[in-house]
Design a protein around this ligand. Structure first.
Ligand code: GSH
Length: 203
């Protein structure tokens, strides 16, 4: 079995969950519950020097992280649907879309962490605003550069869907007001990938 550390609301873990479901690999991946599997989870988490989730221990004991790398590994384990194009422009587009999604998630997580890990008197609003501006600019970019899939969504689309899902969770879905095309895009994604609804974070 492949062991993956998880946190219930992590959009990065959600990427892995969706990828493994799309690849038909759910019976090969076990998600360590940080509450129930405290020790195994802590060990695997600590084995990642960045101490972030997700990290994965592969069948032969190899440790890999982060979400992109784990998804790319899962993609090698079954032939279809192909989540990462083999090469050329198509692969660059998928990776760039994935990087944009990761950037949205990183910036919005930093906004959450400002409130979680710093005391109110040390909150620095200009820095929070800078992170939020990255999120807002990226959402506006996506609204005007919607990336449709050919045949089936790939890793880039999965990543964008998880980023938007995280904004729904943490920012009350305010991105939706100014992004009607993106809202419809996410509905189409949810219809094409049932694992998106199945992996919805607890509210
Ligand atoms: N680039 C990483 C980001 C993972 C990440 O930021 N995970 C968050 C939870 S959603 C985390 O573990 N944060 C703990 C920390 O930053 O110390 C990935 O793609 O896996």
């Amino acid at each position: 079995m492949i062991e993956v550390t998880q946190a219930p609301t992590s959009p990065f873990v959600r990427k892995v969950r969706i990828a493994s479901a799309m690849k038909g690999l759910d019976d090969k991946v076990v998600y360590l519950d940080p509450e129930k599997d405290k020790e195994r989870c802590a060990n695997l988490r600590a084995a990642n020097p960045l101490e972030k989730v997700p990290a994965a221990r592969l069948e032969d004991g190899t440790l890999v992280f982060d979400s992109h790398v784990i998804c790319e590994y899962l993609d090698t384990l079954s032939p279809t649907p192909r989540l990462f194009p083999a090469g050329g422009r198509e692969r660059l587009e998928t990776l760039t879309l994935g990087a944009l999604a990761d950037g949205i998630m990183d910036a919005s997580i930093l906004v959450v962490y400002e409130g979680r890990f710093r005391t109110p008197e040390t909150w620095h609003q200009p820095w929070v605003d800078k992170q939020q501006a990255k999120v807002d600019t990226s959402v506006a970019f996506l609204e005007s550069h919607i990336s449709e899939w050919k045949g089936h969504p790939d890793y880039g689309h999965v990543s964008i869907a998880c980023a938007l899902g995280f904004l729904d969770l943490r920012q009350g879905g305010k991105w939706r007001k100014s992004s009607p095309k993106l809202v419809q895009w996410l509905d189409r994604f949810a219809a094409a990938v049932p694992a998106f609804a199945k992996t919805a974070p607890p509210s």
